[in-house]
Write a new protein. Structure first.
Length: 281
């Protein structure tokens, strides 16, 4: 049989979430590509799985991908795993999957745990779609810009590290208002798991209530926002014509530019022409 790349979801915390099918796949392959060999060995050791491990992380993704493609072309099967959850979602591995497709190698999923799906399922936000934003930019300015671009009538799923959770929750409240609700999932499936849904304005107080709450891994699910406007942008020529009935060419051009974003100089030229004045004469 030709080699196969198995994309295998692994537990996000509780090792008991490893499926029989995922363990079967890990036992059957020749190589397991993983982020951290120590983490994957703990999982495999729990179930008595022996496998040859190859490190694939963001720092060596290209070289590791080239090596693994060589193994696949040579007939050896590979399982791709991440430290936790479904591979290639805010984790390395997408490049290997892409290159395997391009090389004509069969790629098959072994589905299972996903922090995003788990957090969404306990959020209580009903929606026909959601937006997966993964990790936001670390810098405050870039993070706020990213938030301004993803809002809409859908839940937004975010991953966040403990040292940035307070800043991110504050930015969410600033961007979307204190009344907008968020579901905070902390340490999902682990011993100290917490899931709470509350207004963004109360999130800081929730963190303050227990010092340990700024530890661990977080998944945030922001409640749906308002539908984005689909109204067409106003036509600068039409706006200019209406305003010229009451304003001077100069004032009409200035206000039209402010409303539509069109060039003030170009609008002023058109205003003069409509008034029977040839610019420059």
């Amino acid at each position: 049989m030709s080699a196969i790349l198995h994309v295998v979801a692994t537990p996000i915390g509780n090792l008991g979430d490893a499926s029989a099918r995922s363990l079967e796949a890990l036992r059957a392959v020749d190589l397991v590509a993983c982020e951290d060999t120590r983490v994957t060995r703990t999982l495999l050791g729990r179930f008595g799985v022996k496998a040859e491990l190859v490190t694939l992380q963001k720092h060596n993704e290209r070289t590791a991908t080239a090596k693994l493609l060589g193994e696949l072309r040579g007939g050896r099967s590979v399982a791709l795993v991440s430290d936790a959850g479904t591979p290639a979602l805010s984790d390395p591995g997408a490049l290997l999957v892409e290159q395997a497709h391009r090389a004509g190698i069969r790629v098959t999923p072994v589905p299972g745990p996903s922090a995003a799906a788990a957090a969404l399922s306990v959020s209580g936000f009903a929606a026909a779609q959601f937006f997966f934003a993964g990790f936001l930019p670390a810098g405050a300015t870039a993070r706020r810009k990213a938030l301004s671009e993803i809002d809409g009538p859908w839940p937004i799923v975010l991953y966040e590290a403990p040292h940035r959770i307070r800043e991110t929750l504050a930015d969410l409240a600033s961007a979307f208002g204190a009344a907008r609700e968020v579901a905070i999932s902390r340490e999902l499936t682990k011993k100290f798991e917490e899931v709470v849904r509350l207004p963004l304005g109360e999130a800081g107080g929730w963190l303050d209530a227990a010092p340990h709450r700024e530890q661990g891994e977080f998944v945030l699910v922001l409640g749906p926002g308002s539908a984005r406007s689909t109204a067409p942008a106003p036509d600068p020529d039409e706006v200019l014509e209406m305003l010229m009935a009451k304003l001077s060419p100069s004032d009409a051009a200035k206000l039209t530019a402010r409303i539509t974003g069109a060039s003030k100089n170009e609008l002023y030229r058109k205003a003069l022409e409509r008034g029977g004045i040839v610019p420059g004469k």
